[in-house]
Design a protein around this ligand. Structure first.
Ligand SMILES: [Zn+2]
Length: 284
């Protein structure tokens, strides 16, 4: 179902399975309430992202949450904006829990109902803040890692960390006194997403480099001290998001030249020479 040109609204087949199961188990109202909170949560991401000029491709609803997909697969948006957009979803749930609390205090809503509404919102916000990619908490981990480290390392940290935490939660869910099937499935899905991100980190890194080659670097200049014996690919592993780079070459403590990020990307994509040494490049 398409709601606007270039933006699609998708519902995962498992979602319908959960709705069907909720009808059978008599929990239909609770399930629909939870799913509408999920939609509000996702709209929090979409509205905040759009305020930054982000473009969203799709909003997909899973049984346990949603994913608002942007067109940014190559790290073009600012990590600081990413943090705000990631936190906007849980913030919407926090605000709704606050409204429920105020309405209960003002005796506008029955207390039991307000308590259930607030608890569902807080559960949703808390779950999404787990530091596991692609949950919101995992996106914050990625943005913070991108601010602190070069992008290639940030990818390894994000997915390595996420897969480890997902595995821990999976073990916890499995060994809990009353293991719950939906929690186990959820943990398995999270682990699979994080692990496949880890295996695809090199591919993501190349997409990021290719996008920079096409678009050019952005943000303030960052000078990288490079050893002349580094290869093109080794040097490019030092590139950070939101910066453009100049590589100051040194050999034996002596400055031997400088190369722009652009020159290195040309060597990689135009000359197909990822293993060329920087020294050869500066001479040639
Ligand atoms: Zn979210």
């Amino acid at each position: 179902m398409s709601s606007a040109p270039g933006f699609s609204f998708r519902v995962h087949p498992l979602f319908w399975l959960v709705i069907g199961a909720s009808v059978l188990t008599g929990a239909f109202v609770e399930t629909v309430l939870l799913l509408s909170l999920v939609v509000m949560h996702e709209l929090g991401h979409v509205w905040t992202g759009r305020a930054y000029g982000w473009r969203f491709r799709a909003l997909t609803l899973f049984p346990f949450g949603g994913v608002a997909e942007t067109d940014d697969e190559v790290g073009q948006y600012s990590p600081r904006e990413e943090i705000v957009v990631a936190l906007a979803g849980p913030a919407v749930n926090g605000a709704m829990a606050g409204v429920a609390w105020v309405c209960a205090a003002g005796e506008l809503w029955p207390e039991a109902w307000a308590r259930q509404f607030a608890a569902a919102n807080l559960w949703l916000a808390g779950f999404n803040l787990l530091p596991i990619w692609p949950l919101d908490g995992g996106r914050v981990v990625h943005a913070v890692a991108s601010l602190a480290c070069p992008y290639r390392l940030a990818l390894t940290i994000t997915f390595g960390w996420s897969a480890s935490v997902a595995l821990l939660v999976l073990v916890w869910a499995w060994t809990a006194p009353q293991p719950r099937l939906h929690l186990l499935l959820l943990c398995l899905w999270l682990y699979r997403e994080a692990a496949s991100g880890y295996h695809e980190r090199r591919l993501r890194f190349f997409r990021f480099l290719f996008a920079r080659w096409r678009r050019g670097g952005d943000g303030p200049l960052r000078v990288v001290r490079a050893d002349s014996s580094w290869t093109v690919l080794e040097a490019l592993r030092h590139i950070k998001r939101g910066r453009h780079h100049r590589f100051e070459l040194r050999a034996g403590g002596r400055r031997t030249g400088a190369l722009t990020e652009r020159r290195l990307l040309d060597a990689l994509f135009r000359d197909k020479a990822p293993a060329r040494r920087l020294l050869e490049l500066v001479k040639g």
